[in-house]
Write a protein that binds this ligand. Structure first.
Ligand code: DX5
Ligand code: ZN
Length: 221
């Protein structure tokens, strides 16, 4: 895992009719990890895409695939996404009855294991699982859609998690997802987020390459 903070383009805001073109653009701009949002229309009120599309992306891209499962039954989906080429698989704490079993299985399948928290879910729900995961994803919007506003209290949540990780000497990446743009990126990375997901701010208005570069500079300088 890279020590410096990085921007992860979220393909949810890319042009679904030209995914290869948009992936090329962020790759040329220096992206190393793609964020893939999987929504089942049940855990969140939207449907995105599944393992078939992930497999197609894996075929055309050498980038690391960071796969965010916003689904009610993640256990049923671990192998299909591993087979599709996911490198990091993140499940929501709210969706897992036996979270330790689920993250252990993700690692057994050869992927990095992540756990995600919705904005209203306290950090205390992941206290016990931290030693068993490679990544914690703090949702800074209510998941389901791109282009929402960053919830300001997320910054303090990231800071508290980063303090806990440091205090306990844990080895994991802190990721933040939702509303990351030119005004919020620096605060989130300053609080301790190392992976910053950005959808609308990369693929929305303007040039994809320069959008990515501008955001990346904001968190590294
Ligand atoms: C939201 C998704 C995000 C989304 C972020 O449910 O998990 O990854 O793509 O989009 P922006 O950056 O536009 O808030
Ligand atoms: Zn996401």
């Amino acid at each position: 895992m890279p020590p410096k903070p990085v921007i992860l383009p979220s393909l949810l805001s890319a042009d679904f009719s030209a995914l290869a073109r948009d992936i090329d653009a962020v790759t040329e701009a220096g992206a190393t990890i793609l964020h893939l949002d999987i929504m089942d229309g049940h855990f969140v009120p939207n449907i995105s895409f599944g393992p078939g599309v992930v497999k197609a992306i894996d075929r055309i891209s050498g980038l690391t695939l960071d796969t965010h499962l916003m689904v009610t039954d993640p256990d049923a989906m671990l192998e299909p996404f591993r087979d599709a080429g996911a490198d990091i698989l993140t499940v929501h704490v709210e969706a897992c009855t036996h979270l330790h079993r689920t993250v252990s299985r993700i690692r057994e399948l050869g992927m990095k294991a992540g756990v995600s928290l919705n904005p209203a879910t306290p950090l205390s729900t992941v206290t016990e699982i931290l030693p068993y995961v490679d990544l914690v994803l703090i949702m800074s919007v209510n998941p389901g859609f791109g282009g929402q506003r960053y919830i300001p209290s997320s910054t303090e949540k990231i800071r508290q998690l980063a303090d806990d990780v440091r205090r306990r000497g844990l080895d994991l990446v802190i990721e933040v997802d939702g509303g990351i743009d030119r005004t919020t990126a620096a605060a989130a990375s300053g609080a301790g987020a190392q992976y910053l997901v950005a959808g609308n701010a990369v693929f929305g208005a303007g040039d994809i390459r320069s959008n990515f570069t501008t955001l990346q500079k904001l968190i590294t300088t």
